[in-house]
Write a protein that binds this ligand. Structure first.
Ligand SMILES: Cc1cc2nc3c(=O)[nH]c(=O)nc-3n(C[C@H](O)[C@H](O)[C@H](O)COP(=O)(O)OP(=O)(O)OC[C@H]3O[C@@H](n4cnc5c(N)ncnc54)[C@H](O)[C@@H]3O)c2cc1C
Ligand code: FES
Length: 284
């Protein structure tokens, strides 16, 4: 494939952010009826990324979609994605298997500020597919466990069959150095765990608010009520972190599709503090 290049100041040539590079699928697995997991390897130079960034995944002849990288750079050169089939691109991706190739642009966006969290407690609150971007930071924190204080993970889904990374979450629960609680809105015959909305899990954990960062990612209604719980615990707005989803096209701050009040979510996000999100919503 021809690589288009742009000149940069030093006269060296950098790959254009608009031109996809090829990535090979190393492993693909259906996680739920609608979510598919992929491990990929960029062809040529390895793709360097940070927890919280996303890539534009291109199915040639069909289109592209922004997808969060759900692995951590501490895991090696391959990277992982969890894709929910909702539309044109993601439904086609459902058919992709190990050995197939896709186009990748990115990584794009900012990332979780793990350096600021060093030595502090981290509370993860993930609902449904919200575990995808959150997992990239969870894996990072797990791999650098001694750099962080207390780590708590609250994870929820509508029903047991929609829980992502189920065996991995069970492995986290078996680790002695992480406090993990899982709930479902509705149980089934086999479910022996918590039943109820994710915010109920806050009563099961001890939070030392002044030293805690809360990373909250999930559907809007979950996000809203989880933020209220975090605030009620005393966690300040600038320490509540989220990852926003908007319709995107270019991914690099040029087309304006992702704009909210002059902020380009693809470039200045997708990771924001709740303090920033509130300003975006209220226009202050
Ligand atoms: C930063 C970021 C990270 C993301 N991370 C992930 C991730 O990790 N995993 C994941 O699965 N998804 C993720 N998403 C969401 C994903 O990018 C979208 O779901 C994307 O639209 C899927 O592309 P598609 O072509 O399959 O769907 P589309 O065909 O674009 O359809 C998406 C949804 O929009 C609706 N829709 C489409 N066109 C219209 C229209 N004209 N009017 C009204 N509704 C319409 C469809 O019915 C469907 O519900 C992320 C998004 C962002 C911005
Ligand atoms: S997606 Fe084009 S400006 Fe953000």
């Amino acid at each position: 494939m021809t690589q288009v290049s742009i000149d940069i100041a030093a006269g060296a040539r950098a790959p254009s952010p608009y031109v996809p590079r090829m990535a090979r699928i190393l492993a693909a697995e259906q996680m739920t009826e609608t979510e598919r997991f992929f491990r990929l390897q960029a062809e040529g130079e390895a793709m360097r990324y940070e927890p919280g960034q996303f890539v534009e995944v291109m199915v040639f002849g069909i289109g592209e979609a922004p997808i969060s990288i759900c692995s951590s750079p501490t895991q090696g050169e391959a990277f992982e994605l969890s894709v929910r089939s909702v539309g044109v691109v993601t439904n086609r991706l459902k058919e992709f298997k190990a050995g197939d190739r896709v186009g990748i642009r990115g990584p794009f966006g900012n990332h979780f500020d793990y350096a600021a969290m060093k030595g502090q407690d981290v509370l993860f609150v993930a609902g449904g597919l919200g575990l995808a971007p959150t997992r990239s930071l969870i894996r990072y924190v797990m791999d650098k466990r001694k750099d962080f204080g207390k780590v708590t993970i609250l994870f929820g889904a509508r029903e047991p069959k929609w829980l992502l990374f189920r065996s991995e979450v069970e492995a986290w629960q078996k680790r002695g150095d992480v406090d993990v609680h899982v709930t479902v809105d509705r149980g089934d015959a086999s479910w022996k765990g918590n039943v109820g909305v994710i915010t109920r899990l806050f009563s099961k954990v001890a939070i030392d608010a002044p030293r805690t960062w809360a990373v909250i990612v999930g559907p809007p209604v979950m996000f809203k009520f989880a933020v209220l719980e975090a605030l009620a615990e005393g966690i300040p707005e600038h320490r509540i972190i989220c990852s926003l989803e908007r319709h995107m096209k270019c991914g690099v701050g040029k087309c304006g599709h992702c704009q909210i009040r002059g902020i380009y979510v693809c470039r200045e996000g997708p990771v924001f503090t709740y303090e920033q999100v509130k300003r975006l919503r209220e226009g202050i």
